[in-house]
Design a binder for this molecule. Structure first.
Ligand code: PLP
Length: 377
């Protein structure tokens, strides 16, 4: 057995991050209390080519604010891909609307225009598209369809900082885009998120909602509505700013790690790794292997076997529609009957160690263990 555990995910922190956070801890108070948040927001908006950015404690909060700003509520339907983290769909319930689960593409593992169109109804108010595992959906047909059908688009770019689609960055699509800076993410603030948008009125609405329903700049504790408490701390923003300045380097490392895996596993019969369409830059947040069912390894069998060898893995997301939480939702029952791609891929998918500080030697150890297990099949 290998001696040290090979981590599934984790950040790359340098002196720069430590310097910025130290400065925030020492000086980010009084007149400087919002300095790092403001700088981070401006830098992030510029990076994605958006007019506005709202720094937040999580991406989940960003999706919640987007739905609130769109005025979505009871009786409305919001489409999400069936395969994603529950943070995509939970905010739909926060506002009292109904999540509808669209199938994914077998190659990109993302929602498609066709799978979205199949579930549109007169009650559909929005779709949350997800840039899954650092890949991008084929967005132009989705944006065209949504324009025709008057459906708002929210981009859940939680996993995709630095990805591009037709040379446009993740974070620039639809009315709103949200990123996560959770500790597992390529660009991290420990916990954190940001919401990007262009519309001035919606921006003001988000600022009011972020701060207990008071107007931006209010110093009189004069609240207009019941809002949320969704502010990011200056220590998080300082860390985020340093990481954003290093994003090209972080992305290059992620792509190198994928390359190490892909050279060794790309031609192994029965294994499929993350795809990258010609017009996409995939940032490979999680290197993922789908094992041909013929080899007899479900993710439930493979993950413990790899963990026993000190290789930390995660399951490809279960379809949301099969989770206990959605058992009684009619929209989930419909998804279970309909979403053949989600149900074909998900049982056989494993996220392999993708931490930013992995060495090539560690990746080789993972590759050897995986090959050894597959040979036993
Ligand atoms: C696809 C997706 N959406 C949303 C989120 C939520 O991010 P956060 O944990 O920052 O709320 C995550 C992160 O885990 C995610 O992977």
């Amino acid at each position: 057995m290998m001696s040290t555990r090979i981590p599934i995910a984790g950040p790359w922190i340098t002196e720069k991050e430590i310097r910025y956070v130290n400065d925030a801890v020492a000086n980010g108070w009084y007149g400087n209390a919002a300095k790092y948040q403001t700088e981070f927001e401006h830098a992030f908006a510029a990076f994605a080519g958006r007019r506005h950015a709202v720094s937040l404690p999580s991406c989940t909060a960003g999706l919640h604010l987007a739905l609130l700003a769109l005025g979505i509520g009871p009786g409305d339907e919001v489409v999400v891909p069936d395969v994603t983290w529950i943070a995509t769909s939970a905010p739909v319930s926060y506002v009292g609307a109904t999540p509808v689960f669209a199938d994914i593409d077998r190659v990109s593992w993302c929602i498609t225009a066709a799978s979205l169109e199949a579930v549109l109804t007169p009650s559909t108010k929005a779709v949350i598209v997800v840039d899954l595992y650092g890949n991008m959906p084929d967005l132009d047909p989705i944006l065209d369809l949504c324009r025709d059908r008057n459906v708002a688009v929210i981009e859940d770019a939680a996993e995709a900082a630095g990805a591009t689609y037709k040379n446009r960055p993740a974070g620039s699509f639809g009315a709103f885009s949200a990123f996560s800076f959770h500790g597992s993410k390529t660009l991290t603030t420990g916990e954190g998120g940001i919401l990007l948008l262009d519309d001035d009125a919606a921006y003001r609405e988000c600022l009011i909602q972020r701060d207990h329903g008071r107007a931006p700049g209010d110093t009189m504790f004069w609240n207009h509505t019941i809002g949320q408490k969704y502010r990011m701390s200056s220590m998080q923003a300082a860390l985020g700013l340093a990481q954003l300045e290093r994003l090209p380097e972080l992305i290059e490392r992620k792509r190198t790690i994928f390359d190490w895996y892909s050279r060794a596993l790309g031609n192994v019969p029965g294994l499929t790794l993350n795809s990258e369409a010609p017009d996409v830059l995939n940032v490979y947040w999680m290197v993922t292997a789908i094992v041909d069912p013929k080899l007899g390894w479900t993710k439930e069998k493979l993950i413990p076997a790899l963990r026993e060898q000190n290789v930390d893995c995660r399951p490809f997301f279960y379809p949301l529609s099969m989770l206990p939480v959605y058992e009684s939702f009619p929209s989930a029952a419909a998804a279970r009957a309909r979403n053949s791609a989600a149900y074909a891929v998900a049982p056989y998918g494993v996220n392999l160690p993708s931490a930013l500080t992995l060495t090539q030697e560690q990746v080789e150890q993972v590759i050897n263990e995986l090959k050894r297990l597959l040979d036993q099949a």
